[in-house]
Design a protein around this ligand. Structure first.
Ligand code: PMP
Ligand code: GLN
Length: 379
């Protein structure tokens, strides 16, 4: 018998709900991935590079053209300068970047602050390296950060604060003032901050994304993570990236080189070509806002109470008017009986806090959303 390093962890809720959806032939609004295809132009670039002998190891830091373009993108959008040689690395998905930041920083008994509901990767990874999570619960239903509580929770053991903005699963985004508060905290303490910004280009109603890359004064304490899976509708390619100041990146690379060494080569070349055209990502806001509005409009005639959604391609809803089942049972019932799979939000709390809320992914064809709404109207 293996002595488990993660005795309390079971299969992730994304796999569980996707499998349940398949078993019951339900519409999968659970796991976050688009059901429409990526731009054929991008697929053509991938085919091109894999048929032209771009099939050997990429550099450990990633394909140069891709890093140069990322450097230009951050300079242009946020006036923040990341040197493509020493401060940018391509990773095998944002997941690997996050895992690797935690492996780089966390020693046994270090404390890591997370905000719950939190993306499910953070806690087990911290624990794998002997760290301890210090969860701060965002207050339901507005899910905003109480900075007084945050300051109280920071101790001399706090090594890292993980912030996901735009936030999965709550759909909330940080305001400029929130970033200022984080900036002051980083100035006053010895903590590092991991900014998970995979939904950077999915914000709504004209609200801008305030990237942690804007905080130039504390750049030496911040790791920024992004995902091309979210940016270009290619979650299965698993290509992400990390930006961090030179000294941080030096340590990050020590772990990264033995964790995976490098990342799928032809995908990096294809993405680099596609990234040359900013319209490929600057139009995401409008594209997903149309889907969000369509889905919210359809939910109005159901008994679900929809929570605000300022960003990401997820929207949450309270089902207390429909059922008093715990959220995981309700999500199971919804999948089996009404053929719509969702994610129960308690999965994102260390103590399985249950507010009777489930998460829908609306990164789907209008036709899929319409069919799902049809079923949800009968609940
Ligand atoms: N962070 C968040 C908040 C996510 O929702 C996801 C899922 N895409 C990831 C990280 C992981 O991204 P990737 O698929 O690029 O590993
Ligand atoms: N990020 C996606 C979500 O939140 C799922 C990624 C995964 O399946 N691990 O649904």
């Amino acid at each position: 018998m293996i002595k488990s390093k993660l005795p309390h962890v079971s299969t992730t809720i994304f796999s569980v709900m996707s499998q349940l959806a398949t078993e019951h032939q339900a519409i999968n609004l659970a796991q976050g991935f688009p059901d429409f295809d990526a731009d054929p132009e991008l697929i053509n670039r991938l085919n091109f590079y894999s048929s032209q002998n771009y099939n050997q190891y990429a550099p450990m830091s990633g394909v140069e053209k891709l890093r140069v373009l990322l450097s230009e993108k951050y300079s242009h959008l946020y006036q923040s300068e990341y040197d493509f040689q020493h401060e940018i690395n391509i990773t095998s998905g944002a997941s690997q970047a996050i895992f690797n930041v935690i492996s780089t920083l966390i020693h046994p008994n270090d404390e890591v602050i997370i905000f719950e509901p939190a993306y499910d990767l953070y806690q087990p990874t911290v624990e794998l390296f002997g760290g301890k999570i210090v969860p701060i619960q965002l207050t339901y239903p507005d899910y905003s950060i109480d900075f007084t509580i945050l300051k109280q929770k920071i101790t001399d053991k706090t090594k890292l604060i993980i912030v996901n903005n735009p936030n999965n699963p709550t759909g909330r985004i940080l305001a400029e003032d929130d970033l200022k508060q984080f900036e002051q905290i980083l100035k006053d303490t010895n903590c590092y901050l991991l900014a998970d910004e995979v939904y950077e280009h999915i914000t709504f109603d004209g609200k801008p994304h305030h990237s942690f890359a804007l905080l130039n004064a504390v750049k030496d304490k911040i790791f920024i993570v992004g995902s091309f899976g979210k940016l270009f509708h290619i979650t299965g390619w698993k290509i992400g990236y990390i930006l961090a100041e030179k000294e941080l990146m030096k340590e990050f690379r020590k772990c990264h080189q033995f964790n995976t060494f490098s990342t799928h080569t032809p995908s990096q070349y294809a993405i680099a070509d596609y990234l040359e055209y900013p319209e490929h990502y600057l139009q995401l806001n409008d594209f997903f806002q149309q889907k969000r509005d369509f889905f919210i409009h359809g939910l109005k005639s159901t008994s679900f109470d929809v929570l605000p959604c300022e960003g990401t391609y997820f929207i949450s809803a309270n089902y207390a008017k429909i059922s008093d089942l715990p959220d995981n049972e309700f999500a199971k019932q919804l999948t089996e009986q009404h053929k719509v799979a969702t994610i129960p939000i308690s999965a994102f709390y260390h103590n399985k806090k249950d507010d009777h809320v489930i998460r829908f992914c609306f990164a789907k064809k209008d036709e899929t959303l319409l069919n799902a709404l049809d079923n949800l109207n009968k609940v």
